[in-house]
Design a protein around this ligand. Sequence first.
Ligand code: ATP
Ligand code: MG
Length: 348
Amino acid sequence: MEWLIKFFKGSDYLVPALDIGSYSLKLVQSQRKGGKYKVKIYGKKEYREQVFAGTELVDEFELINSIKELYNELSVKDKDVIIHVPLSACFYSVISIPSSKDPEEAVIDYMKSIISPEEFAQVNIDYKVLPISIEKGTVDIAVAAVRKDFLDIRTKIAKQAGLRPVVIDIEPAAINNQFYLNNPGKTVSPVCLVDIGASFTKVIVSFGGYPYITRNVELGGQAINEHLQREFMLSSQDVELLKRGEQVKDITYDEAFNVIKKVLRKIATEIMWTIDNFKDRFNLEVEAIYLYGGSAKLKGIVDFLGELSGLEVNRGDPLGFSGIFGNEEYAVASGLSIRYKGDKDAKI
Ligand SMILES: Nc1ncnc2c1ncn2[C@@H]1O[C@H](COP(=O)(O)OP(=O)(O)OP(=O)(O)O)[C@@H](O)[C@H]1O
Ligand SMILES: [Mg+2]
């Protein structure tokens, strides 16, 4: 009966998107009506046990169970799913080549210049000639490379949870696409999108609707927890409460924030480094920073990063396109949710 369901669903039907984060799962299913997108279902689930240690999957069983539970809780019956490759497991950049050069050749030459022949054999490379270019007389090409073994593992996990991945997108594209979905007018000047998750901070400079440069920083909510635990001798549960502004054992949020600032300073340095790198390469100034990820909820983070960077800093609203505000941790799932199989409008 699957064909019948497909028929009734119509070609505008969007399948659920699942962000497998290192701290929690986020699911978003959107729908499209009359060319407008709306959120149909969204929800998240934190793992009970540690599932990832950095990039390494340490508890496959807990991950698969959590996926099944989240689907049950949200009553999602779809088997087709859209998942992503985290920035830590992929490479993404934009290269500019003279209009006279062959794009495919340029992409291969470029990749061979940055990775070894062994690595080259282990990755899937994809590229897209962008409809915009920053410099006159050149063509901008988005280049993405993903490790094949990573794709195999993610696909296997999804299958074990009873799902069928139909689209696998890369994380910087998902974060970028949700930004332009929510801010369609913001294509004239470059922006810096920062997703501060649990294990990693993803920094992306986007311009004209496309991500241009990316940087994966090995710092996030988990690093903040470790600093707080060490400083105040607290359990990980207490630290989570403290970060959310609750007083734990006479420690005020202000005292905690002084420790949190140490990690935020390092993150800010990496953000500024990425912005400077973009400026050096493309001679354009980033105008504003948008924060995503669960750690973007930290009280005081917007003002503090604003002081450090001298730029306008905002919290992003990944589901704002549907009138749902906050929920910064849904950036990846939101961006994935507007993709579909055979998608020709895909930015990347
Ligand atoms: N209200 C809050 N205040 C401060 N920190 C918070 C808050 N809510 C969640 N966090 C932190 O956000 C982090 C989780 O964010 P998120 O869900 O974006 O991570 P993830 O996508 O699972 O991780 P990653 O992208 O690194 O794999 C955790 O470190 C958590 O402690
Ligand atoms: Mg994340």
